[in-house]
Design a protein around this ligand. Structure first.
Ligand SMILES: NC(=O)c1ccc[n+]([C@@H]2O[C@H](COP(=O)([O-])OP(=O)(O)OC[C@H]3O[C@@H](n4cnc5c(N)ncnc54)[C@H](O)[C@@H]3O)[C@@H](O)[C@H]2O)c1
Length: 252
């Protein structure tokens, strides 16, 4: 029996990258998975089905309230309930690093609309469904950068600080409904788009490697254990917490 056998999970931003890794891992451990990305998740759905798992693609823009409500409605229509909500979608690899005074107001607002408003809207839509069964697991995705103070990505880092704050505050509002809200803060992880990116401006992989206690690249699979733990009944007495997974660069 898988660690999340029979559970229903939505993973946002799972058409590629770390989200796709989480979706595959949840499916391999028995969850029925909804891929909710603004890009098509058809390829990831195919992979999961080919491996014997269950998944559907529900194209979703997490900035839009109606889209997040529809995302949850489609999960319930297909699989009957919602147990796990992984808020992984973000504007991350698509955006250039730059000084705080070079960021435009539009760039700032877009980043916050996806990473903060999107996380909140997905939590809101998921909680409404999870309350019906008085049980649920929400996993938000922050970054280890916010524990270090790293220059040249202030629009992004501010959103991920907000994600941690959402985790800590929301867990206090939904604990009585049996809903656990936790967070994962990864270090610089070699998702396919991170590998492609060239504009690190000194704040990325090489710098992190030098400060890492475990001196190797951080890989997407390094995050899977935390996602499965926080998704499964193994963590039913854990809420409001942030698991920092960066090979020991940061502590908190
Ligand atoms: N890879 C890393 O080094 C690292 C480190 C810390 C945190 N993270 C976080 O992990 C997550 C995934 O990282 P990644 O490396 O796979 O990034 P990525 O940029 O490759 O993936 C982000 C995904 O989010 C989707 N997305 C963007 N805007 C969306 C929207 N409005 N609605 C729905 N989906 C949307 C994209 O289509 C994409 O599939 C992000 O939250 C990122 O901030 C990554």
């Amino acid at each position: 029996m898988g660690r999340v056998e029979g559970r229903v999970a939505i993973v946002t931003g799972a058409a590629q990258g770390l989200g796709a890794t989480y979706a595959r891992a949840l499916a391999a451990e028995g969850a029925k998975v909804v891929i909710a990305d603004r890009d098509s998740g058809a390829a990831v759905v195919e992979e999961i089905r080919a491996a014997g798992g269950e998944a559907i693609d529900v194209p979703t823009d997490v900035r839009e309230e109606a889209a997040t409500l529809e995302m949850v409605a489609k999960a319930v229509e297909a699989f009957g309930k919602l147990d796990i909500m992984v808020n992984n979608a973000a504007i991350f690899t698509a955006v250039e690093r730059k000084g705080f005074d070079e960021i435009s107001v539009d760039e700032w607002d877009l980043m916050h609309a996806v990473n903060v408003r999107g996380t909140w809207l997905c939590c809101r839509a998921a909680v409404a469904e999870m309350r019906k069964q008085q049980y649920g697991k929400i996993i938000n995705i922050s970054t280890s950068r916010i524990f270090q103070g790293v220059p040249f990505f202030l629009h992004y880092d501010s959103t991920k600080g907000a994600v941690l704050a959402i985790t800590r505050s929301l867990c206090k509002e939904v604990g009585d409904d049996g809903i656990r809200v936790n967070c994962i803060a990864p270090g610089s992880t070699m998702s396919e788009n991170v590998r492609k990116r060239t504009n690190w401006k000194g704040s990325g992989a090489a710098a992190q490697l030098a400060n890492r206690m475990i001196k190797r690249e951080q890989l997407p699979d390094d995050l899977v254990g935390a996602v499965l733990f926080l998704s499964s009944a193994e963590s039913d007495f854990v809420t409001g917490q942030t698991m920092l997974i960066d090979g020991g660069v940061s502590t908190h």
